[in-house]
Write a protein that binds this ligand. Structure first.
Ligand code: AQP
Length: 339
């Protein structure tokens, strides 16, 4: 078997731990859409096994899995161009995840900032799965021999850990079987922040609905949330450096830049000296123009869950065709007898 396919392979995923939020869209999905095409083979996954590292209501998990898939489709993921599926339909993820649990070191997991943030002072009460999450994520990526992983800034450390796991596996088993992955983190909104506190990232599971834009929000809600977003009293500066120490202002400029496919510098140049009374309505209009059609399309797709299931089932068949030979070869390398 060849180690990589002709085109470099991209893998990325989103966990159905709540509805999609703007950070998932700008930090991940929007860029996944752009990577579809002649340069890459793209594999995108609703990572439901990751969602259950924190307890999920079973009915909500099933509905949430379809909702995330609908969000990806509505944003422009094309199931003909990309492989789109949900993780639990391809059992090889869990199997390779176990092998990587035996390769990764406890000390590596201890250093993961997302583990520290999520577990906080209550680490002993967290699931073992939450602790081992990065090892399953390494399996998700390496099961496809993916080399490019487009993620938001918060996932960079986990993709780097994937390299460490691949390198240790290759070293321990004297092979070059697993490729080294590169996190692809580029663009103005790789860390979209909470609309009420610019020092915290926007999350699906954040406490207040006003702190995030949900991808299912309608035009009025998107506009209201952005107009009420917390800011400071100063107008926008002449240069980007003038936004230092102003996290809420920086966040809104970054969101504007990402939605308009421009750089933050270009946005500042256009709005230099403008007050929030000018900038916020412009941002709200832009966000409604770009996001409201996605929300409408998501609702249309979600009205036909059988069609979403059909797409995910078909995507899983294509995913299995790549993953199963890679898993089988991994078993052989490790010396696990299955014949
Ligand atoms: N605020 C964000 N800014 C930029 N990118 C973000 N991503 C998430 N939040 C932001 C990116 O979205 C992809 C999928 O993330 P995930 O759902 O697998 O996990 P997460 O990063 O833990 O997302 P949430 O919304 O914060 O979920 P909860 O609240 O359940 O923990 C990733 O590429 C991520 O970088």
């Amino acid at each position: 078997m060849t180690k990589t396919s002709f085109k470099p392979r991209v893998f990325s995923g989103i966990k159905p731990s709540g509805g999609l939020q703007l950070g998932n869209y700008l930090g991940a999905i929007k860029r996944w859409v752009d990577m579809q095409g002649p340069n890459f083979e793209t594999v995108y996954c609703v990572v439901d096994l990751h969602a259950i590292t924190v307890w999920q209501d079973p009915a909500e998990l099933a509905a949430g899995t379809r909702e995330i898939a609908a969000g990806m489709l509505a944003s422009g993921i094309d199931p003909e161009k990309s492989i789109l599926f949900n993780q639990s339909r391809v059992s090889a993820h869990a199997e390779l995840g176990w092998i990587f649990n035996c390769v990764a070191r406890v000390g590596w997991m201890d250093r993961m900032t997302q583990w520290k943030d999520k577990a906080g002072k209550n680490a002993e009460k967290q699931s073992l799965g939450l602790y081992a999450y990065p090892s399953l994520m390494a399996a998700d990526i390496l099961l496809y021999h993916a080399t490019h992983v487009p993620v938001g800034e918060d996932q960079k450390q986990h993709v780097e850990l994937t390299r460490d796991i691949a390198a240790k596996f290759n070293h321990d088993y004297k092979t070059e079987f697993f490729p080294l992955t590169t996190p692809v983190i580029e663009g103005p909104a790789m860390r979209v922040m909470n609309l009420r506190d610019g020092t915290k990232k926007m999350s699906k599971s954040g406490e207040s609905d006003m702190e995030r834009i949900n991808m299912t929000d309608d035009a009025d809600t998107i506009s209201k949330k952005l107009k009420k977003a917390r800011t400071d009293p100063a107008p926008l500066p002449e240069t980007l450096e003038g936004l230092a120490g102003r996290p809420e202002a920086r966040n809104l400029v970054d969101i504007y830049a990402a939605l308009s496919d421009r750089t933050a510098e270009q946005v500042i140049a256009e709005f230099a000296g403008a007050g929030w009374g000018t900038f916020k309505p412009a941002l709200a209009d832009l966000a409604v123009e770009k996001l409201a059609p996605i929300s409408v399309e998501m609702k249309r797709l979600m009205a036909d869950p059988a069609e979403i299931d059909r797409i995910l089932r078909k995507g899983a068949e294509r995913a299995r065709a790549i993953a199963e030979p890679i898993l089988a070869r991994t078993y052989e390398i490790v010396g696990l007898q299955r014949g």
